[in-house]
Design a protein around this ligand. Structure first.
Ligand SMILES: [Fe+2]
Length: 388
């Protein structure tokens, strides 16, 4: 039996900056009749407004294929890849044991129209990887062109094999395909996948569930959260969940830099020596005290956005851009190191500003502006000490 499902019948979410149609249940769209098809879990048709996009967020154990129909999509990820995907390009990201990425429409006027497709692989916990290939329009005109397959046949983009047996491959013509078979009722693997996505979105809660017994708990026990910077309950303040997650992640980097800067400055306050001792000892005290007082508002803003604030040195070293200093440098070197650290904190704050701006998140914008102002002033005062 063939069931025609028209595109207008898909799930739909318009977030202003993002207009998205979901072939299968995704985010706030939940339809038990459309949970996926076999290992094909997501087909989203997204239109992203100029100057906006998805901030840094995480995935794991999923093959993610992006296909741009119109405009361009800027991509950056934690593997070090940075690219722009244009019509005809096919991007494959194997999230494996965890990857962070962002997707952005940097164009000033044109919408980015693209498909994002998720396929569940048969392997978990693998090294994340990335591939991008271009398929010319004439290769797809009037015929199906294999663009993604598990064996890379016909020069297609290769994805990790999926769970179902067989050698099915996905093809595309110039227009996106419509599902040609009825979508099955949610199978046990569909439900497991929903739990996986849910875990990715709500890792703290799922961590609690993992402590309980039962098959669900056993399935969850395999799913370590990719990041703890995710919401734990529904929040409706007018900022979409993805944007809140991106802002919270940015603020976590800011918190890490502030904490690392605080410790470095306090360390130098204790250990500075030489003819400028009194001046530096006092100046460093003022700066570390200010940084210490700044930590709390940043952490509490992360909490207000519905996320957990990082609170271990391990996380700060992972998230922060300021490096620790070994040993006890000379006074002049301390000043230079602090200038670098103050400037690094400014850069981190500046990198989060666009995320807060795109969400009209005024409290975060105010917080970041204050932090930039303070770190720039500190850097100026420190630089003044080096003037001959
Ligand atoms: Fe993503």
């Amino acid at each position: 039996m063939i069931e025609l499902r028209r595109s207008a019948e898909r799930g739909h979410a318009n977030h202003g900056w993002l207009d998205s149609y979901h072939s299968f249940s995704f985010a706030d769209y939940h339809d038990p009749r459309h949970m996926g098809y076999s290992v094909l879990r997501v087909i989203n048709e997204d239109r992203v407004k100029p100057g906006s996009g998805f901030g840094t967020h995480g995935h794991r154990d999923m093959e993610i294929i992006s296909y741009v129909l119109e405009g361009s999509l800027g991509h950056k990820d934690s593997m070090g890849n940075g690219s722009t995907i244009v019509p005809g390009d096919v991007q494959r990201m194997s999230a494996g044991r965890g990857v962070l990425h962002s997707e952005y429409n940097h164009d000033k006027s044109g919408v980015t129209h693209f498909l994002q497709i998720w396929v569940e692989p048969d392997v978990t916990g693998i090294e994340p990887s990335y591939e991008q290939k271009h398929f010319a329009a004439q290769e797809k005109r009037g015929r199906l062109r294999l663009i993604v397959s598990p064996d890379g046949a016909d020069g297609s983009v290769r994805i990790h094999p999926w769970r179902a047996a067989g050698s099915r491959s996905m093809g595309t013509s110039s227009a996106p395909a419509t599902p040609s078979r009825p979508t099955p009722a949610p199978s046990s693997s569909s439900r497991a996948w929903m739990r996986k996505c849910w875990c990715s979105m709500f890792p703290r809660l799922s961590a609690r569930l993992r402590q309980s017994n039962g098959p669900g708990a056993r399935a969850l026990s395999k799913l370590a959260p990719s990041t703890k910077l995710e919401p734990i309950m529904h929040i409706d303040t007018g900022i979409p969940a993805k944007q809140r997650a991106a802002i919270a992640h940015g603020l976590s980097r800011m918190l890490a830099d502030t904490y690392l800067l605080y410790l470095k400055t306090h360390n130098f306050h204790w250990n500075v020596e030489g003819p400028m001792f009194q001046t530096l000892h006092t100046m460093f005290m003022g700066q570390y005290s200010e940084a210490w007082n700044a930590i709390d508002p940043i952490a509490e803003r992360i909490r207000a956005l519905g996320h957990y604030a990082p609170g271990t040195y391990k996380e700060y070293l992972r998230l922060g851009s300021i490096r620790e200093t070994d040993g006890v440098p000379q006074a002049g070197k301390m000043i230079k190191l602090l200038i670098e650290a103050q400037e690094a904190a400014v850069r981190t704050a500046r990198s989060v500003l666009p995320l807060a701006e795109s969400a009209d998140d005024q409290p975060t914008l105010d917080l970041l502006t204050q932090r930039m102002d303070m770190h720039e002033k500190n850097a100026w005062m420190l630089r003044s000490l080096l003037k001959k």
